[in-house]
Design a protein around this ligand. Structure first.
Ligand code: SF4
Ligand code: FES
Length: 207
């Protein structure tokens, strides 16, 4: 067993997870895991979520110029400051569903912390699965994710939600925390290894 749970995004290959004790499937069922497991990220494995080597035939290209800026935007309110890195956002839109008064792409700026309560802002940051939204305290960023065990949760027809791991990748994103991030498994994200919501717009199906 490795000591530090981590995920290695292999170039043009699978996501190798090491030391992750909990892996749950699309239906929330617990999947058997080993100290080292390779997960599919080309979207074509016949043994999903596990890698069966299909990425070679599919010629998966995991590198390249990611779309969207790798930049931390700051939205300052009177009592709370929110940060956002678009490179990490999986566009699941929990933020707008929970508090569209504060997080709304139709308004400028799209995050307005003073349009709601501090509790509302914090509830949204805590619910953001990708860690794209964080709370800034000086130079420190917080995802408000309770310290949890290393976990990978396979989303139905969607990405991997990860908590409690570090990630090794050539395409890092500023401000990414070990607390939580969302990784592409359909093979189509323009921001690999992170999910950018393309699985939804392309109506990707895992089966
Ligand atoms: S990942 Fe976070 S910031 Fe992106 S849409 Fe979802 S809740 Fe909003
Ligand atoms: S799983 Fe590939 S873009 Fe979301």
């Amino acid at each position: 067993m490795t000591d530090e749970p981590k995920i290695i995004a292999r170039e043009n290959g699978p996501l190798v997870i090491k030391g992750v004790s909990s892996l749950t499937g699309e239906d929330g069922q617990s999947l058997e895991t080993k100290p080292v497991v390779a997960l599919c990220r080309c979207g074509l494995s016949k043994s999903k979520p596990f890698c069966d080597g299909s990425h070679k035939e599919a010629d998966l290209q995991s590198s390249g110029k990611p779309e969207g800026p790798d930049r931390i935007f700051r939205y300052e309110g009177a009592e709370v400051t929110v940060t956002f890195n678009p490179r990490l956002c999986s566009h699941a839109a929990e933020c707008g569903r929970i508090a569209s008064n504060i997080f709304n792409p139709k308004q400028k700026p799209w995050v307005q912390p003073d349009s709601g309560t501090v509790e509302e802002v914090k509830a949204v940051v805590a619910a953001c699965p990708s860690g794209a939204l964080q709370i800034a305290e000086g130079e420190d960023l917080h995802s408000l994710q309770p310290a949890g065990r290393a976990q990978v949760m396979v989303q139905r027809n969607g990405p991997y939600w990860v908590t409690g791991c570090t990630i090794e990748t050539d395409a890092g994103a500023k401000g990414v925390l070990r607390d939580k991030f969302v990784l592409c498994r359909c093979g189509m994200s323009g921001n690999k290894p992170y999910c950018d919501g393309t699985h939804r717009s392309q109506r990707w199906r895992s089966k």
